[in-house]
Design a binder for this molecule. Structure first.
Ligand SMILES: Nc1nc2c(ncn2[C@@H]2O[C@H](COP(=O)(O)OP(=O)(O)O)[C@@H](O)[C@H]2O)c(=O)[nH]1
Ligand SMILES: [Mg+2]
Length: 226
């Protein structure tokens, strides 16, 4: 099964690929880590498959005379060209944890969808929302709708996880916001919340069991994530 970690820069993707991978290994699973971030400098884990073996961000900048943003966009195209190899590597493995580029927009706004490479294989996207981004109801609404849009665009099972849960003082509870737009959005969000529970994870291991259970449930016959 492929676990594709996506999320805004600094949301903890790399850390979770490392730590959640360790957790799965402790459960007795065979775990492989794949790094698709060509801009990564120091990874805390040793990936079994690493895009930097083929190119790094600075190499793309030099070769194509691009600035960092252009080179990141180009990297998605270059990753895409490796799709046969990526698919072969992921095939028939118990768990492949995939670390993606820091910038979320490369995963959701690029015309080429990295997630498409994994089509037809058992794959789940794990979208990380860092807890320090959620300060108000409005932040929370925004991120949940972003979740929904990502799921809609990627057409893949998607688990929403609030990362850096150790920084949360009080658990967030969905409440109504009093302007018109928010109150109509509230109804939609309430339905989403009821149909899929949220997981809170942190690098210290909090929520790993919940995340693991949700991942298993994605492919169970009932498919019920509530
Ligand atoms: N407090 C806290 N910090 C974290 C956690 N996970 C990651 N970080 C820190 O957040 C920063 C960004 O993490 P990283 O995994 O590189 O994020 P990425 O850009 O999404 O890959 C690093 O300094 C991490 O040590 C967590 O669960 N709690
Ligand atoms: Mg990273």
């Amino acid at each position: 099964m492929n676990l594709l970690f996506i999320g805004p820069a600094g949301s903890g993707k790399t850390t979770l690929v490392w730590k959640f991978g360790n957790y799965l290994e402790k459960q007795g699973y065979e775990v492989f880590r794949m790094n698709l971030d060509c801009a990564a400098e120091n990874l805390p884990y040793k990936p079994e498959w690493d895009i930097r073996k083929y190119f790094t961000l600075s190499e793309i900048m030099k070769k194509y005379h691009l600035g960092p943003n252009g080179a990141l966009m180009k990297s998605v195209e270059l990753i895409y060209r490796k799709k046969g190899e990526i698919r072969r590597f992921c095939r028939n493995k118990e768990f492949v944890l995939i670390d993606t580029p820091g910038q979320l927009e490369l995963m959701i706004f690029h015309p080429k969808k990295i997630s498409e490479i994994l089509k037809g294989q058992r794959s789940v996207t794990i979208f990380l929302m860092p807890s320090d981004l959620i300060k108000t109801e409005r932040d929370y609404y925004f991120l949940r709708f972003l979740d929904l849009s990502i799921k809609y665009r990627l057409q893949m099972p998607c688990i929403y996880a609030i990362s850096k849960a150790d920084l949360i003082k009080k658990r967030f509870k969905l409440r109504k916001v009093s302007d018109d737009l928010s109150s109509s959005l509230y109804g939609i969000l309430k339905t989403i919340e009821d149909s899929q529970r949220l997981v809170y994870v942190s690098r210290y291991g909090k929520g790993f069991y919940d995340l693991y259970s949700l991942i298993r449930e994605v492919f169970c016959v009932c498919g019920d994530l509530s």
